[in-house]
Design a protein around this ligand. Structure first.
Ligand SMILES: Nc1ncnc2c1ncn2[C@@H]1O[C@H](COP(=O)(O)OP(=O)(O)O)[C@@H](O)[C@H]1O
Ligand SMILES: [Mg+2]
Length: 383
């Protein structure tokens, strides 16, 4: 796996049970996966020589992020390496403009969008589709970095000029009047087998995912089927192998695709405990071209809450916070990524299972806030 973040760290856990040994290309020995995997090479994912050396002896090369230059992936493939997902598929997860164009061509619902090469492109788009609109870097953004809401033409002029000067490739989109965000997670193998997990709702704050609710509450069977069919169609049409996450907006007029990720995704972390087959195991099964595993839920309600670094110094160390968390919620499952604490940084996640979504969701909210900050939101006392 190229990239040594938390996704590689959790994929390593799944690889162990499959009798596979996950080799990791990390940029630093303190990367999340480099801290725990025995077979780590240090090198940069933009360095073709490093990639070629790394790929030697691997059955399959797959990814923890989408930042390997597409031309490097092509070179690897040309030299006989099995790259999963391949460069033709992966470019749709590397570049939001490429993705928007391909999905529009397939007749799938995307917001109105336009490429931005000069300030006038945004002003014209805003005049046609209305303000505010959403400006994005086509490449390299994550967790809302790389997304700006432009409220007025004046604000747009300044922001777009600055970004163009920095050399960022940009696109502008209509700001979708969304009811909520959903994610359809599927896997596809080179053989062509597909598997879908139940549709989930993703709850965002400031462009970053804070909770995932599985299955998505108040979703009609029709909506679920539409989302799942759409995701399987994307996987097949683009030739995706491995896990594909399709981020969706639910609107008054149906579903709109936000973006694609071709790897295990934050919207699927709940599957470690909440599904018969976790997205990490499924990703490995898919890229290795094994038959895919059952995606059945293990409980009626599953909630994953991201653990984000506290804005203020927590009152006690993480070990003590964990101690109290487990004392109050013995059924909470915690995954820590081995990262140092910084405000807003994704440090881990917590998963809770139960029968009643509202109850499980509240527990997940309290648990994540506690683990981040060392404060119980509901005034719970520590004895
Ligand atoms: N066109 C849009 N209309 C309304 N909200 C949007 C739009 N695009 C993005 N957003 C909001 O910003 C968040 C991050 O955007 P996204 O393109 O998914 O970037 P990232 O790559 O950082 O995840 C989305 O989850 C959504 O909340
Ligand atoms: Mg996103």
């Amino acid at each position: 796996m190229v990239g040594g973040g938390q996704l590689a760290r959790m994929t390593h856990q799944a690889a162990i049970s499959l009798g596979q040994s996950l080799k990791v290309l990390a940029t630093s020995p303190d990367d999340s996966a480099a801290l725990i995997a025995p077979n780590v090479e240090i090198g940069h994912h933009t360095d073709l020589e490093a990639l070629k050396n790394f790929a030697q002896g691997c059955d399959v090369v797959t990814f923890d992020h989408e930042h390997v230059p597409n031309e490097h992936l092509r070179e690897l493939e040309a030299s006989g390496v099995s790259v999963q997902p391949g460069p033709d598929a992966l470019r749709h997860a590397q570049d939001k403009l490429v993705m928007r164009r391909a999905l529009a061509e397939l007749g799938l619902p995307v917001p109105p969008f336009a490429e931005v090469t000069e300030v006038a492109d945004v002003l014209r788009f805003g005049a046609e589709h209305g303000w505010p609109c959403v400006l994005k870097t086509a490449r390299g953004g994550y967790d809302g970095r790389g997304v700006w809401v432009l409220d007025t033409p004046d604000g747009a002029r300044r922001t777009v000029r600055e970004l163009l000067d920095s050399g960022a490739p940009l696109l502008v989109e209509q700001k979708v009047a969304l009811r909520r965000e959903l994610a359809a997670l599927v896997a596809r193998s080179p053989f062509g087998q597909g598997a879908v997990w139940p549709l989930v709702e993703t709850v965002q704050q400031d462009g970053i995912c804070v909770q995932v609710l599985a299955p998505a509450p108040n979703a009609s069977a029709e909506l679920v089927e539409q989302a799942q069919t759409l995701a399987l169609r994307v996987a097949e049409s683009l030739g995706v192998t491995g896990v594909l996450a399709v981020e969706l907006f639910e609107t008054d007029h149906g579903l709109v695709v936000n973006e694609l990720a071709m790897r295990p995704h934050n919207s699927g972390h709940w599957t470690i405990e909440g599904s018969r087959t976790s997205q990490f195991e499924q990703h490995l099964r898919a890229v290795l071209d094994y038959p895919l595993g059952s995606t059945e839920l293990t409980a009626p309600a599953v909630v994953m809450a991201n653990l984000l670094g506290s804005p203020t110094e927590p009152k006690m160390g993480v070990d003590e916070r964990l101690h109290h968390l487990f004392a109050r919620y013995p059924h909470a499952k915690v995954h820590l990524y081995g990262k140092s604490e910084r405000p807003g940084r994704k440090l881990g996640h917590i998963t809770l299972l139960g029968d009643d979504l509202a109850q499980v969701r509240e527990q997940a909210r309290l648990a994540a806030h506690w683990l981040s900050r060392g404060e119980w939101l509901d005034g719970h006392q520590i004895h």
